[in-house]
Design a protein. Sequence first.
Length: 271
Amino acid sequence: MTQGVGRYGPWVLIVGASDGVGAAFADALAAGGLNVVLVARRQALLDEVAAGIAARYRVHTRTVAVDLVEPEAARTLLQAVEGLAVGFLVYCAGADPDFKPFLANTISAAEAMVQRNCVVPMQLCHALAPPMVQRGAGAIVVVGSGAGFVGGPNMVAYGASKAFDMVFAEALWSELQHTGVDVIGLILGKTDTPALRRLEYQRGQITSTDQVPAGAEPVGQAVRAALDNLGNGPTVYVGDQVTGAAQLLSSLGRNEAVAFMAQAINAAMGK
């Protein structure tokens, strides 16, 4: 899985690396010989991930604790990697911690979602991709979600932001496909992350955060799908569930797909 990732190096910037999918990417890419810059809000968790990587692999690590909601977040990250040859970007921040109706949440929560999921990855790609193009080698993975396939209740801003991520990755791939820079939008379904476990525990769907949510794919599957398909962009689906959903929704008219999504989410919520 990690054979050959060295051609993208020597450094990888992983945004959202404190746990879950991002931490799994960090471990896999470090195993492939890349030095890693780990980004998240929580310094203690970043330090823990970095220490584990340093103990297992002979690579360099850096950590950057930053809140991606801040207007200068991208500038902070770019300053932190100044002088490093970043040949690989993984952007997997921006999960939805709320799953609330749009009008039941604050507008600031929606604005924060757009900042994290749309503005910051766009800014990072615009700054980091040109040196990759000049070297003729690089990789960009933008982690998306099946929530971006079609609008649904309780994830208005989240679903819209993930639709942006998917189309952004597709469009960037179309421009860079002959430059040596591989771009994929990695579309996840239900994935076993700490964030999902906390959410389902709060909603009473699991009895402990030690429990694996029903139907959730392991994070390792997402990483394998990405690294095995870096040259097969622009869009890579992770797991049978999200692949089947994409096929089903694409077979429906747009209005039918929205109605189907609303019914499915409301049924899952017991409504």
